[in-house]
Design a protein around this ligand. Structure first.
Ligand code: FES
Length: 212
């Protein structure tokens, strides 16, 4: 019978973890932070959209870069979470997200919990519009139709956490740069019969969903 646990090496530390566990959760459970934005532990199929959680893995002398939220641990895996190469790759992913995110930190309702600020500090970069990517300005109206919470699509980073948490009323719409989160037929939030559990707001890593 297969053992339920195996040992991997993360940044030089031997870690015992559940067989089949994704690298991200094995690391976080053991106090090793890997920046991440779209990872949902309960999701059967990882979304893997933000590309912030990149790590380098090596098994039997072969190395490659993978997303920690989608790659399961394997016996004798050696995992590196910090290197110049990873920093460069993560910074590129991060800047792409910033180029498509309305930045107004001082007045943002998500300022206190903002994961972009946490990741910027980790990467030692500023939260500002990146020079090397074109800024995508959406200028879309916020949905203020619900008395308990609102949604500002200009701040949405398309991590999909609200879609997963809501399980019904929210979904991804459109493709590519036009991807956004919306409701069936773009029905205003206040007309959906939403019972305001506020799960969307709790899981939003930025200030796209906010309390009113
Ligand atoms: S957290 Fe892994 S790709 Fe977003």
């Amino acid at each position: 019978m297969m053992q339920d646990y195996l040992t991997v090496n993360i940044d030089g530390q031997e870690i015992k973890t559940r067989r089949g566990e994704k690298i991200l959760w094995a690391a976080l459970d053991n106090g090793i932070y890997i920046p991440n934005l779209c990872a949902i532990r309960e999701a059967e199929i990882p979304f893997g959209g933000c590309r912030i959680c990149l790590v380098e893995i090596s098994i039997s002398g072969k190395s490659k870069i993978v997303t920690a939220c989608s790659e399961p641990v394997k016996e004798r895996m050696v995992i590196t979470t910090k290197s110049d190469k990873l920093s460069r790759l993560r910074t590129t992913s991060f800047e792409l997200i910033l180029s498509n995110h309305e930045i107004d930190c001082p007045s943002c309702p998500g300022f206190k919990k903002c994961q972009l600020l946490k990741i910027a500090a980790y990467l030692k970069v500023k939260v500002k519009y990146p020079e090397r990517f074109k800024r995508i300005e959406k200028n879309l109206p916020a949905d203020l139709s619900h008395p308990n919470f609102g949604y500002n699509p200009n701040k949405c980073i398309k991590c999909g956490k609200c879609v997963f948490a809501c399980r019904g009323l929210l979904s991804f719409v459109n493709y590519g740069l036009d991807t956004s989160i919306s409701t069936f037929n773009h029905t205003p939030l206040g007309e959906l019969g939403c019972d305001a559990c506020l799960e969307c707001l709790k899981v939003c890593p930025v200030g796209a969903f906010f309390e009113r």
